[in-house]
Design a protein around this ligand. Sequence first.
Ligand SMILES: [Mg+2]
Length: 340
Amino acid sequence: MTEREKRIREVFRNAASNMLWGDFDDEPLATENAKENSPVENNRSNLKKDTCLLGAIAGDTIGSPYEFDSNNYKGTDFPLFNKVSEYTDDSVMTVAVANAVMMGFAEGFGGEPDAAKDKFDAAKDKPDEQKTEEAMVFSMRSLGRRFPYAGYGGRFCRWLESDNPQPYNSWGNGSAMRVSAVGWAYDTLEEVEKYAEISARVTHNHPEGIKGAKAVAAAIFLGRAGKSKQEILDYVERTYGYAISQMTCDKIRPGYHMNESCQGTVPQAFCAFREGNSFEEVARLAVSLGGDSDTLCCIACAMAEAVYGIPEDIQQETINRLPEELLVILNRFQKFVAEK
Ligand SMILES: [Mg+2]
């Protein structure tokens, strides 16, 4: 590891650690009290900021050794991290969406590291739909090309390389795996759902692809807003129609196989999220279902983070496996969310 990498890791560790423990200058984090009685709408001070985004990346990393039927492990007693645990396309695209979200604010955050604006001005900086949509295409294609071997699907690879990238009506689980920044960056459920759709539709413009992204982003937002797990699940089932209440992990596990669709991954991730009572339990349950383990675990952990936060040792193991370029953007996004 170079000196520069070491320095960035150190800076990030401090930032992540401060965020985990809520050590902000003047912004109170959501507390247990806030959990019970905070209104969701427009109440920034009650929205959790925490480690934002790292949950999805941790889930991807934890699930990565177990992706595909031949690697699936249908139990919960596995080492959370091993020698082959690594970030994959889920993390690269999660960071790309975070970058695009920042770029989509009127004053422009994100983009190239040296050109980044690093202060948020709430009076002037509002999200812009068209700018965000263009930034999604730009950011996913730039980071995708810089990390070409992260494990993208075939059609997404062609979109990355195309001279004229157009949505391809996908219902793949990629829209749900990459959406978590949207759940952290906006201040109302309405905005979160609108921008989740924007993040999805540049590639995944099939109704199921859009639905998966919106449901996961909404769950993250509601978790940040202090809603209980049951309230989150009720909202998602009511609004998006996933039959989560009729599913259990034990029922899913025996017959579940590799499935790259939103409709065959997102409800399963919600089920692991419902049954796990800590970040780690959600991760273990998600992996134990089998299937597309890194993506399923990525989605479930992104939601778990909003409710439970992430244990410090899991943060550390995840950060240690991330390349500098992704860390820099992640760190900038955390600052961006913290300053909003
Ligand atoms: Mg992957």
